[in-house]
Structure formats: C-alpha cells, structure tokens
Ligand binder design. Structure first.
Ligand SMILES: N=CN[C@@H](CCC(=O)O)C(=O)O
Ligand SMILES: [Zn+2]
Length: 426
C-alpha cells in the first residue's frame, strides 16, 4: 500500500487516550507518548501509527521529516465567542481604575457594548472579522473549536451570528461546533422582565434546530444576569428540544451553576472560578466537563483562579479553553492558556494536554472525531517546533506551531521567521 502522506522522525507523538467518557481525576494524569514514531495517512485519515524504524520500508506519495520534533492531535478550543462586531479597548482604563466586570455591564458597557457593535455590523462584515480570528486560532494549532452567538440578544442578530458560524463551517476545513447563547445578558428594554426575555429567546429554539444552526444552548448564570431558576428553566426547555447544554457558571459569584449543570447532564460547565466545594464534589459524580478559562481570570486582573487541583484530585474531568471574546479574554492563543494552566491552575503537562484534546472534545460532543490520533480517525495534527511535550506550557506567549493539518491537508505553516502561510480555504 502507498500512503498519501507519511510523517516520520517524530521525536514524541502525543496520543491522549480515547474513551466514550471524558478523562476524570487520576485518568487525566496519564498521557501516552510514543518516542521515535511515525504516522501514515490515507484519504485524510490516520491509516497507520508505528515506529520510525518500521516507517522506513513504507511507501508514501509524500514524506515529511518531523526532525525529531513533537506531533500532537490538533488542539480543541471548546469555548469561544468568535463572532462579534467592534472591540472594547476603551474598557481597559476602566478595568485599571478597578471598575468590576459586572459593574461595567450594569452601566450598559461590556457585553452590551459589543451587542451594539454586532447589531450594526452586516453579516458579511461579521464573517470577515470572524474569519480573521479563526485563521489566527488555526495558526496556534486549533483544528476543532466551539463558537457562540450571544452578542445579538434579539432574534435577528442572534440568527445573523449563527449563520456566520454556519458559513465558517462551510468555508474552513476545520471542525466548528455552534452554540446558541441568546441568554448572554439582559438587554436594556428587558430589565426586570428577564423571564419574558428568556421566553423570547426560547422561541428561537425550533428555527435554530430546523436550520441546524446550533448543536448547544448556553446561558450566563450570574448575579445581575440570569438566576439559577431562570437558567434551569431555559436549559430544561433546550434539552427537551434536543440541544446539548452548556452553562457559564459560578464565574464571579457561587450561585450553584456547577451543581445545576451536573443535575441537567450538561456537556460542560464553564468558568467555575467560584464553584463551591459541593459543586466540585458533584462534578466527580457526573460526566459534565469543567471547562476552565484561566485566560479570563488573568485578563480580568483577578488573583483567585478556578480550583483545578481540587477538581482533578476529587475526580472531575477538566478541559481548557481560550474563551476568546472582545471583553474578558482577548486572545486566540490556546498555547498561552496552556501556560496559564501550568502557572496559575497548577496543572501538570500531562493534565494540560488531556485538557486541550480529549476532554475539550468531550465538552463539545466531538470526542469520537477529535482529540486524539488513532487508526480511522481524521488526520488532524500539529507539528510543534519544540524538543518535548512539556516545553509548550513552559515557554509562554509565543506560537510553537510549525505546521497544522486537518484531514491530512496542511492548513497552515510557518515558512520563515515572521512569515506565515495559510492554505486557501476550501
Ligand atoms: N462571562 C460572560 N461572557 C463572556 C464574556 C463576554 C464579554 O465580556 O464580551 C465570558 O465567557 O467571559
Ligand atoms: Zn464565555
């Protein structure tokens, strides 16, 4: 047999364990690494994995010498707010002056400021802007990601955002999962009438399902936004319509969103900086993935991070994401988040790799396709210009990706110092 592509001379091949359940607790500490490895690709799928020595006798139309570097599955970013209008650099000085995130929102800024810019932008403008950010994510090694709506808060603009995600799915050869976050904030006209607003948003469920515009429904459960009871009702309705569930939970105040997520069987509970001991205990009982966003805690200038150590030590499944958005975490760089996870969440390199691959894939319902490399799976992988897998969290703030592949096709490569190349989108 002649493979389409053979990647040989791989110093370390990272192979997270695939499983029908997310990796929990102690399981997160195990990471399979094959030294001196090679992979064969056929029709966009992994057709063979083995030792570099065995690879010498194999035939291939194209051979890539990984020069003893590291190869991993494509990274999975399970929480992004990719589609939005405008930017919010004017809020930095407010943050510096100590104005809290929820206070900026209460004054009509924050998320509501981006809602204004997103309403004004045309669908084409939003698409161009989201494409720019998506291409940058790919350049950092991401081949599967989630993208939320939530900067419309009215039917037209929410659907406009979801259609942009749809178009991104069609144009880019990466895997994009779409989430409806119509319940991201309370628009000014609905202050004190939150239930009415949620009812209006839930009326979109049927159209969204019919148009296959989103796989998940999410809500921001937080002081001054939506209560636990409102979140329960909204998510329960979404579940009945067949959506997967996500929740922005216990980010600032410990309202009990973590417990709610577990009780509803949500795919993920995200943020969890203020999750209670009881919430953390319950995570270990279910399969809801704790999606931690240390970039947001860092960017909001807080000293107190999500208790990843307690979560893992007590048996929870943890994933990591950028939370890329124009207000609380303005970066597309998931490698930077890996460094923050090491430094601020005290996660080990093995836990971090599992958190940005298999567990991240579980958090967005993509575990059977993304997050690891094994025979028959899509050949989504990254060649990293690093000497070993521990090096990426260690050397922070820069891009270590050398080339990025999805379905065996090269999407991006660094061609020279400061120069990059993105393959034309399909
Ligand atoms: N916390 C709520 N939503 C986003 C922030 C959105 C924004 O500030 O624009 C988050 O996940 O951090
Ligand atoms: Zn978010």
């Amino acid at each position: 047999m002649t493979y389409d592509l053979l990647v040989h001379n791989i110093g370390q091949l990272i192979l997270p364990k695939s499983s029908d359940k997310p990796l929990k607790g102690q399981e997160m500490k195990e990471l399979n690494i094959i030294e001196n490895a090679a992979i064969g690709i056929m029709d966009g799928k992994i057709a063979w994995l083995g030792s570099n020595a065995e690879a010498e006798s194999l035939k291939a139309s194209e051979r890539i010498d990984a020069q003893g570097k590291v190869v991993s599955p494509g990274l999975v970013d399970p929480h992004t707010h990719l589609v939005f209008g405008g930017s919010r650099e004017h809020e930095l000085s407010l943050k510096q002056a100590g104005v809290p995130y929820l206070e900026i929102l209460a004054q009509g800024g924050g998320i509501l400021s981006t809602v204004g810019s997103t309403k004004k932008a045309t669908e084409e403008e939003l698409f161009e802007k989201a494409s720019f950010h998506l291409e940058r994510m790919i350049s950092y090694g991401v081949t599967t990601l989630e993208a939320k709506s939530g900067y419309g808060l009215d039917a037209d603009t929410e659907l406009k955002q979801l259609r942009v995600v749809q178009k991104l799915k069609e144009k880019y050869p990466v895997s994009v999962v779409s989430t409806f976050l119509g319940a991201h904030a309370v628009p000014p006209g609905f202050k004190g009438k939150e239930d009415e607003f949620l009812e209006e948003m839930s009326r979109l469920f049927d159209d969204i399902k019919e148009g296959q515009l989103a796989e998940f429904v999410d809500i921001f459960c937080e002081t001054g936004v939506f209560t636990i009871e409102q979140s329960r009702m909204f998510l329960q309705q979404a579940k009945e319509k067949g959506f997967g569930l996500k929740i922005h939970a216990d980010e600032i105040d410990p309202l009990g969103g973590t417990e709610l997520a577990v009780s509803l069987g949500a795919a993920s509970a995200d943020h969890l900086v203020a999750a209670s001991d009881e919430g953390i205990r319950q995570l270990s009982e279910g399969n809801t993935v704790a999606v931690l966003l240390p970039g947001t805690t860092f960017y909001l200038g807080k000293d107190y991070y999500a208790r990843a150590r307690k979560m893992i030590d007590e048996g929870a499944a943890v994933a990591l994401a950028t939370d890329f958005n124009p207000g609380s975490c303005v970066t597309e760089n998931l490698q930077m988040i890996m460094s923050l996870a090491a430094l601020k969440l005290k996660m080990s390199a093995e836990e971090i790799w599992n958190a940005v691959t298999v567990n991240a894939a579980h958090a967005i319902g993509k575990a059977s396709e993304a997050g690891t490399l094994e025979k028959g799976r899509s050949a989504d992988f990254v060649i990293w210009d690093v000497p070993n897998y521990k090096y990426i969290p260690y050397h922070f703030g820069v891009n270590h990706a050398q080339s990025v592949y999805h379905s065996g096709k090269k999407l991006w490569e660094r061609t020279a110092y400061g120069e990059i190349q993105l393959s034309p989108a399909r």
